[in-house]
Design a protein around this ligand. Structure first.
Ligand SMILES: [Zn+2]
Length: 309
């Protein structure tokens, strides 16, 4: 069975102001990297738009409608200091979530092994009722809760190795006994959440803050000793990865020192738990990563590891 790859022109169109770090060139760099011969076995898929019902499993109706009503017909709408939307942004954020949902459906029907959604904008900072940190809707959380609503499973997990803490996913899952969230992230760093002592209402959150400068050894220790055992113990029936690559040593926003092999390693480790607990069901959605060569090579290492599972 194959690994699915979701791409769409809207992911390159999502508009931001000139000079913004989360820009269309990121998507083009990823798309170009995954055009290489070694990725010819990927099954390329078109992401549909998530429906209102699907988005509202995470985001209240009023918030969804507010995002939609603020989308401009030209120019840019601003949601916080660094979160913007243009005419194409609604299509992009709905297809980011929709691609992940389509992948969930494909995995449960037995038609695919795993999937990567090469989307922008990212989603893990989007709280149920707040767009922030470049994120509008939270595609990873939406996909995980879709699996539970549509496929009869009761335990879903999102794991996140972006250099930033996924405050949005944590907020969406905090009071949800059947939803687990694990994150490694630089500390202190934007958005300021993700203390190790923050464990969710049902001990269903696992946070591993890493000091500035931490390298692959510290990263592997945090996952190997803390986050992966917690994930395994939770016993997810599907795992969604919030795959950010801004913990790479070359990243201009992050202060960690990971390399491509670290991203391949964590992908294989998460995949092993997916095989052990979730019949292999594993979906990955792109979050951050702002140095274009490092983003391209890190995504390549990640997707190769997915294909090897
Ligand atoms: Zn990030």
């Amino acid at each position: 069975m194959s690994t699915l790859l979701y791409t769409h022109a809207s992911f390159a169109r999502h508009e931001v102001p000139p000079g913004h770090v989360e820009h269309p060139g990121r998507y083009r760099a990823v798309e170009k990297a995954l055009d290489a011969e070694e990725f010819s076995q990927l099954q390329r898929c078109m992401p549909p738009r998530a429906t209102a019902e699907q988005i509202e499993r995470v985001h209240p109706t009023a918030f969804r409608e507010r995002i939609e009503s603020k989308i401009p017909s030209s120019g840019l709408a601003q949601f916080d200091a660094d979160t913007f939307a243009g005419p194409s942004s609604l299509d992009a954020t709905l297809r980011a979530a929709g691609g992940a949902i389509d992948a969930v459906d494909a995995l449960f029907s037995g038609h695919a092994k795993n999937a990567f959604i090469a989307a922008r904008p990212p989603g893990h900072h989007a709280e149920p009722d707040r767009a922030m940190g470049f994120c509008l809707f939270n595609g990873a959380a939406v996909a995980a809760l879709h699996a539970r609503a549509a496929h009869g499973v009761s335990r879903v997990a999102v794991v996140d190795f972006d250099v930033h803490h996924g405050n949005g996913t944590e907020a969406a899952f905090w009071h949800d006994e059947g939803a687990f969230y694990a994150s490694s992230h630089e500390w202190p760093q934007y958005p300021g959440t993700g203390r190790q002592s923050d464990r969710g209402a049902f001990d269903n959150i696992a946070n591993a803050p890493l000091e500035r400068g931490a390298d692959g050894e510290a990263f592997r220790r945090a996952w190997g000793e803390n986050l992966l055992p917690a994930l395994s113990e939770f016993g997810p029936e599907i795992i969604v990865i919030s795959a950010g690559f801004d913990a790479h040593s070359a990243d201009p926003l992050g202060g960690l020192s990971l390399i491509e092999e670290d991203f391949a390693w964590i992908t294989s480790e998460i995949g092993a738990i997916a095989k052990d607990k979730a019949e292999g069901r594993l979906i990955s959605i792109l979050e951050g990563g702002y140095d274009l060569p490092a983003l391209a090579s890190s995504v390549s290492a990640h997707v190769k590891a997915l294909m090897a599972l």
